[in-house]
Design a protein around this ligand. Structure first.
Ligand SMILES: Cc1cc2nc3c(=O)[nH]c(=O)nc-3n(C[C@H](O)[C@H](O)[C@H](O)COP(=O)(O)O)c2cc1C
Length: 405
C-alpha cells in the first residue's frame, strides 16, 4: 500500500499532540517510513520517546540538537536531508502558530525550516480552540496555505478540551492517515500516461522583426506539465516563445507560430493519452509575411489576415480514447462561450478563464470554471497556477480512470 514511501510527521504543541501517536502508528502499520519531528512546545504534551518507539526512528526535536559546536553544521544539514528525502509532510496536530509560521515562511525551528526545504505534498491537520480557529488571522493563513496547494484535514466540531463547543478538535486519526494515503496515491496517479501539453503564446510574423501575438506567459501550461510529470506521466511540452525554464522530466519542443505548434502537436499526438491545450494560439495571422522589414516611408500597411490551423479542433477530431482538455479565455459570457467551445471542439473538459483583474494572463494566479461534457461546472476560486494545475489533473485522472473502466 505504501510502496516504501516516507512521511515526515510534524507534531506541534497542542492538547491533541497525544493523538499523533495514533497517527504515527496507523502510518507505520500501513508500511510508511515515519520520521517524527516535534516542536519544543509539542514535547510538553507528549514525550519524543513515545513517537520514537512507535516509528522506530529517533525523533527530531531541535535544529541544533545533540551536537557539539563542531558538529552543529553537519547535524543541521543532515536534518535538512531528512526533510528533502521525505515523500510527504504531515503536521498533526497543526497549531495556529504553525499555520501562521508556514503561511509567512518563517524558519525558526526544525519543523518550519523543513517546511521551507520540502517540495512535496503538504497535509495539515489543525486543532485548536474554536476562537483561535475562527480568528481572521487563522482563516487567512489557511486560505493562503490552501492556495499554495496544502491539503487541510479540517477539524471536527464537538466539545474541546478547553470546555468550549465548536470546531477545532483534531480530525479522526484514521481520516488523517487516509488523507496521507490519498495525497500520496494522487501523486502517482498519472503513471503510464503520456500528457501532451501546449503552453504560451504563438507569434505570427508580419515581417522579419514584427509579429502578432498575445499576453500569454505560458505559466499555466508549464505548471500543468510540471505537475503531470511529478504525478508520474511522461510529458511532452510544446512551448511557444516564453522565458520559462523547462520543468523537470519534461520533453520540450519549442515553436514560434501556430503552424509550427500545430505540426508539433500533430506529429506527437499518437503517443499521447491526454492532451492539455493550454497555449493561447493566435486565431489569425497575416496572409503574407514581408521578407524585408516594412518601411515607415512606404506608408501604413494594410494587413490582411487569414485563419491559423485550429489545433484544438484537429485534436478533437483525432482524439479517440484520449482525454482532451481545452482552455477558453473570455472577456464576456464566460460559461456560455466556454461551453460552446467545449462542444464545438470535442473536448472532455474546458477551463474557462475570465480575462482581466489580478488573475489570468501573465500573472501567477488564475481562476475560472471547469466545465465538462456531462454538464458539471466546478468553480475554481483564485489560486496559484500550480494549485490549479493539480485541480485540472485531478479531473483528468478521474476521466482517464472512467475511460479505462
Ligand atoms: C495547555 C495548552 C494547550 C494548548 N493547546 C493548543 C491547541 O490545541 N492548538 C493550538 O494552536 N495551540 C495550543 N496551545 C498554544 C501553543 O502551545 C502555543 O501557541 C505554542 O507556542 C505552539 O508552539 P508550536 O507551534 O511551535 O508547537 C496550547 C497551550 C497550552 C498551554
Amino acid at each position: 500500500m505504501s510502496d516504501g514511501k516516507s512521511v515526515l510527521l510534524g507534531v506541534s504543541g497542542g492538547i491533541a499532540a497525544y493523538k499523533s501517536a495514533e497517527i504515527a502508528r496507523a502510518l507505520h502499520v500501513d508500511g510508511y517510513r515515519v520520521q517524527a519531528v516535534m516542536t519544543r512546545a509539542a514535547t510538553k504534551f507528549i514525550t519524543p520517546l513515545t513517537l520514537a518507539s512507535l516509528t522506530g526512528n529517533k525523533v527530531i526535536t531541535d535544529l541544533f540538537a545533540d551536537a557539539s559546536p563542531d558538529e552543529t553544521l553537519s547535524s543541521a544539514i543532515e536534518h535538512i536531508e531528512v526533510a528533502q528525502s521525505a515523500d510527504l509532510l504531515l503536521v498533526a496536530p497543526a497549531t495556529a502558530d504553525v499555520l501562521a509560521k508556514f503561511a509567512l515562511g518563517l524558519a525558526d525551528d526544525f519543523l518550519s525550516t523543513a517546511h521551507l526545504a520540502f517540495e512535496g505534498p503538504l497535509v495539515l491537520a489543525p486543532a485548536m480552540n474554536t476562537r483561535m480557529w475562527e480568528h481572521p488571522a487563522t482563516r487567512e493563513n489557511l486560505a493562503l496555505l490552501r492556495s499554495r496547494g496544502a491539503r487541510i484535514v479540517d477539524p471536527d466540531s464537538g466539545e474541546l478540551a478547553c470546555g468550549t463547543i465548536g470546531p477545532g478538535r483534531l480530525a479522526d486519526p484514521a481520516l488523517i492517515a487516509g488523507a496521507v494515503r490519498d495525497a500520496l496515491r494522487e501523486d502517482d496517479d498519472l503513471h503510464g500516461e503520456c500528457v501532451l501539453v501546449t503552453a504560451g503564446p504563438t507569434r505570427e510574423a508580419l515581417d522579419p522583426v514584427r509579429f502578432l501575438s498575445n499576453r500569454s506567459s505560458g505559466r499555466m501550461g508549464f505548471a500543468i506539465a510540471e505537475a503531470a510529470a511529478r504525478r508520474g506521466a511522461k510529458v511532452i511540452l510544446v512551448a511557444g516563445p516564453v522565458g520559462l525554464p523547462t520543468p523537470q522530466s519534461c520533453e520540450r519542443i519549442d515553436v514560434v507560430s501556430a503552424e509550427e505548434m500545430n505540426d508539433a502537436v500533430m506529429s506527437r499526438f499518437d503517443e499521447a493519452t491526454v492532451a492539455v491545450m493550454a497555449a493561447a494560439v493566435a486565431d489569425y495571422r497575416p496572409r503574407s509575411t514581408s521578407p524585408q522589414k516594412l518601411k515607415k516611408r512606404d506608408g501604413i500597411p494594410a494587413v490582411e489576415l487569414e485563419e491559423t490551423p485550429d489545433i484544438l479542433r484537429s485534436a478533437g477530431e483525432r482524439k479517440g480514447q484520449r482525454v482532451l482538455i481545452g482552455f477558453a479565455a473570455e472577456t464576456e459570457g464566460l460559461e456560455e462561450n466556454a461551453r460552446h467551445k467545449l462542444l464545438a471542439k470535442g473536448c472532455d473538459l474546458i477551463v474557462a478563464n475570465p480575462v482581466g483583474g489580478s488573475t489570468g494572463f501573465d500573472v501567477d494566479r488564475n481562476q475560472g470554471l471547469l466545465l465538462s461534457t456531462d454538464g458539471d461546472v466546478v468553480r475554481l476560486d483564485p489560486m496559484s497556477k500550480g494549485r490549479m494545475a493539480e485541480r485540472i489533473l485531478d479531473a483528468t485522472a478521474e476521466l482517464r480512470r472512467r475511460k479505462a473502466a
